[in-house]
Structures are given as C-alpha cells and as structure tokens.
Design a protein around this ligand. Sequence first.
Ligand SMILES: N[C@@H](CCC(=O)N[C@@H](CS)C(=O)NCC(=O)O)C(=O)O
Length: 246
Amino acid sequence: MSHQITLHHLNVSRSDRLFWLLEETKLPYNVKVHFRLPTRQAPPSLHAVSPLGRAPTLELDGKTLTESAFIIHQILSLPEVIKGAEDGSLDIQVEETEDGVFWSHFAEGSMMNLFQASAIIGATGQGWKIGAVGGLDEAGKEAVGKYSQWLTEGYLRPQIQGTIDLAESFLTKQGKQWFSGTDKPGEGDFMMFFAINSLLAGSRKDSGFNVGPGLKGWYERVLARPAAKKGLERLKQEEESAKSKI
Ligand SMILES: N[C@@H](CCC(=O)N[C@@H](CS)C(=O)NCC(=O)O)C(=O)O
C-alpha cells in the first residue's frame, strides 16, 4: 500500500530526525515548511495543523501525528517497513530493543527538556534584560540578568553535560555503535540525532559543551549513511524553495 505522508517541518527543529528516518525507509513524502516567528515561536500555519503547534507533525494517510518518538514508532511499525527490514532492503533496526527504547525516552525526557529550559531562560532573560519585556528598572534588569546567568550556567549546564556524558559512556564504555544496541540505527538513534547534530553542527556548536569521541564517531557514522545525507539535503532544499516563495 502506498502511503500519503506530509512532514510539517519548522526551521531549526526536531524535524531533522524525520528527514533522516523517512529517507532510510524509502517512503515517499511531501514536506510543508513553516518558518519561526521573530520570537522563535511557531507561526499560525503550524498551529493550524498541529494541536500544540509543534514540529515535527506528520500527516499519515489523513491522520495527524505529533511527538517525534511516537511518529518514529508509527513509521517503523508500517508493514512495508517491517518487511523491508526483514528482507534486508532497509538497513535499520525496526524491532524494538531495550537500548533503543531507553535512548528514545532519554532524548526527550532527560536531554531535550534541559536544553529547552536553558534556551528559553537564555532568550527570555535577554528580553527582560534589554527591556523588550518586563518593564524593569536598571537594578531589576541586572538582577534578572544575574539570575538567568546562574540558571543556565551554574544550574543547567552541569546537568546537560551529565546527559551528554551518559550517552558518551554508553557508546564508548559499552562499545556500542548505535543507540539501538545492535549493528543498525533505530528509534533511539533517530531521536538522539537532533541534540547531537545541534551540538556538533547546529545551534549549540559553540556552546562549550564537551562532546567526546564516542558521540563524534556516532555522528560521523550517521552522516556517512546515504539516507542521512539525502535527508539533510532535502531539508535544505525544502527550506530554500519555501523561502524563495515568501
Ligand atoms: N516532544 C516534542 C517536542 C516538539 C517541540 O517542542 N518542537 C519545537 C521545535 S524543536 C517547536 O515546535 N517549537 C515551536 C514553539 O514552541 O512555538 C517532540 O519530540 O516532537
């Protein structure tokens, strides 16, 4: 059965996980690009298709799916994807593994929540500090600046580094190639991709976190895969083509 798939992508977002996954599955898909507002929030067009206005959102045969982990789970459960993995035409871990489920939950539940908190405090703290919001006097602005600096640097940074170190030690100390724990990438790998990509090549590249050789090697293995290359290229092309129509 051929499926009708539309990926709703927001620039600089977790939907990079799905570009990689969809290319690995060889399923054809359409892309609708949504651009963030100057406040960095999702635009009304994404709210129109997604209950919380979040990306990724995927339309699969008329059904609206949200939450990347759930979307990945649904795609990996499609009969043709299971069959492709069984007959060897797809080189991905489709059957759930203990490691794969763990890292899939870890990616959002322990890693991204901290990154997200830090990003929100950093951006909103700056807004209060420069007087764009809050209406504070100089002493108040200074206090907000000090508190947000302590939260992001003193409180959250060590916790975020701890999540990076745990992922590093899984790959190095346990000698694993993939977060699936097998010789193929699976749901844990697709889910971990957003954070690691942002640390090594994206918005967190210069944020001063220590990313070890295990994660760097994992990232190189991902990027060496034709499907990951194709997915990232498609993401770029879709954004460029949508931008040219604005
Ligand atoms: N847990 C969700 C998180 C989705 C999420 O927060 N997406 C961000 C982009 S990375 C978003 O849509 N932000 C827009 C906004 O907050 O307005 C998932 O894994 O899909």
